[in-house]
Design a protein around this ligand. Structure first.
Ligand code: AMP
Ligand code: ZN
Length: 112
């Protein structure tokens, strides 16, 4: 059984694409933490950035670029936050790299 985000990417779990290209797929988070909460995931299954290898560095940059592109289309001109949770202490619950794009409200710092 492939992971939940692989199933979203291959269509076996239905979702509405907010952005997609040959490298990544973006969709709304099921439990939004802000008025805009979108997940940008690579089509390739990589468990976390701790599992990423040197060959993946362009892909990691592409995910951040895609998040910025989506933020522009969503009109987040006041700013937004991108987050990558990694591992247990990082609060990662789905073991497939994803960039959270959060916006539409002021963000506090430090995060919890
Ligand atoms: P993280 O805790 O950083 O691993 O983030 C995982 C995120 O995936 C959480 O914000 C969840 O709400 C979200 N999530 C889990 N399952 C789904 C799903 N089927 N569709 C959309 N978002 C999901
Ligand atoms: Zn996966």
């Amino acid at each position: 059984m492939s992971c939940v985000f692989c199933q979203i990417i291959d269509g076996s779990i239905p979702s509405k694409a907010i952005y997609q290209d040959e490298h990544c797929y973006a969709f709304a988070d099921i439990k939004p933490q802000a008025p805009v909460h979108i997940l940008v995931v690579p089509r390739q299954h990589i468990a976390s950035i701790a599992h990423a290898e040197k060959d993946h560095k362009h892909l990691l940059g592409h995910l951040q670029w895609a998040a910025a592109e989506i933020a522009r289309t969503k009109g987040l001109s006041q700013g937004y936050r991108t987050v990558i949770n990694t591992g247990e202490d990082g609060g990662q619950t789905v073991d497939h790299i994803h960039v959270h794009l959060l916006g539409g409200r002021p963000m506090s710092w430090p995060p919890g």
